[in-house]
Design a binder for this molecule. Structure first.
Ligand SMILES: C[C@](O)(CO)[C@H](O)COP(=O)(O)OP(=O)(O)OC[C@H]1O[C@@H](n2ccc(N)nc2=O)[C@H](O)[C@@H]1O
Ligand SMILES: Nc1ncnc2c1ncn2[C@@H]1O[C@H](COP(=O)(O)OP(=O)(O)OP(=O)(O)O)[C@@H](O)[C@H]1O
Length: 284
């Protein structure tokens, strides 16, 4: 039997960091939502007790370094599954972009294998398993829109933001999440975005207020290190996006746009100097 799972990309509408914890992670407060740019996973049971990964993308690991492989191994070990699986990853989400591509593949693998092997694992348990694989994985298991606290694994679902266009642009650089968190001096942060205001903006369905309350404290690290990310932000603003922010630790920048008429102007303007630009919708 073959099954299919979609693994959508996430964006952080808000990312605040409170403090560095003793375990090396940072205590965060984030508002995350999904966009309709997705990897597609095909999973097929194998009679042998092994995991195989393939992908059309030549630039991701296909061995135990792949997060989908790690998710499959974790669920097999934890639930004593003696069967194998072949997973094909049709990658559409840019890699190491701040869009949680690998985390979403891991989450889709957990959801998919739960179905394929009829394990009856609850969504909460899948999230707990997911947290062992990465801080963004629990949110990718549930999807929707949520406030994420702790190191990202404590989720409080909220309403979806008002529908709009999302323009994503990724400059051709690699940014390490660990490096960005490592360089952040949380105690020295002068400005924090307001989770409360963003939650209110979303609850009121106010697109203008959502745009006004976007904020990501990791920009204070990534933007000075990589001027091309700042340049992308400024270009998107100049081209008329209603709200612009870096997603996660970067380097992808997203622009929220309410009017379709503006979208092609922004897309064409960015494509002049940035190869990876995507126009998508919020997943509602
Ligand atoms: C930047 C975000 O993507 C925003 O959604 C997440 O906070 C990071 O999520 P992720 O990539 O799933 O992160 P993980 O794979 O768990 O951690 C990668 C590295 O980032 C740092 N890290 C991550 C999350 C967190 N709350 N504090 C941290 O300091 C740690 O050094 C960790 O070793
Ligand atoms: N299934 C996968 N898809 C993409 N990258 C993967 C996958 N499995 C492992 N990786 C590795 O993980 C690293 C991070 O890739 P990913 O696309 O998940 O980053 P990201 O979007 O920045 O994630 P996040 O937003 O959660 O920090 C890459 O260096 C890649 O080699």
């Amino acid at each position: 039997m073959k099954i299919y799972e979609k693994a959508p990309a996430k964006i952080n509408l808000l990312l605040d960091v409170m403090r560095k914890r003793e375990d090396g992670f940072h205590e965060v407060e984030m508002i995350m939502t999904m966009v309709d740019l997705a990897d597609r996973l095909e999973m097929e049971e194998l009679p042998s007790d092994s995991i195989f990964i393939s992908s059309q993308a030549g630039y991701i690991p296909l061995d135990e370094k792949n997060l989908a492989f790690q998710a499959a191994r974790l669920i097999k070990d934890r639930y004593n599954v003696r069967k194998g699986v072949y997973i094909h990853l049709d990658k559409n989400i840019p890699v190491a972009a701040g869009l949680a591509g690998g985390s979403s593949d891991a989450a889709a693998t957990l959801r998919g294998l739960n179905r394929l092997w009829q394990l009856g694992i609850s969504e909460d348990e899948l999230c707990t398993l997911g947290a062992e694989l990465g801080s963004d994985v629990p949110f990718c298991v549930t999807g929707g829109t949520a406030i994420a606290r702790g190191r990202g694994e404590k989720l409080e679902p909220i309403a979806n933001p008002p529908q709009c266009w999302v323009v994503l642009a990724k400059p051709p650089i690699n940014v390490s999440t660990a490096d960005v968190y490592g360089k952040l001096r949380a105690s020295e942060l002068k400005k924090h975005p307001s989770t409360k205001n963003m939650v209110e903006a979303i609850a009121n369905g106010s697109f203008t207020d959502v745009c006004a309350n976007l904020g990501n404290v990791l920009e204070t690290v990534t933007l000075p290190l990589y001027p091309e990310v700042l340049q992308l932000k400024e270009s998107m603003q100049r081209l008329g996006a209603d709200g612009v922010l870096m997603s996660g630790s970067g380097p992808t920048v997203f622009g929220l746009v309410s009017k379709e008429a503006k979208v092609s102007r922004i897309y064409n303007g960015l494509r002049g100097f940035c190869k990876e630009v995507y126009v998508v919708r919020m997943l509602t």
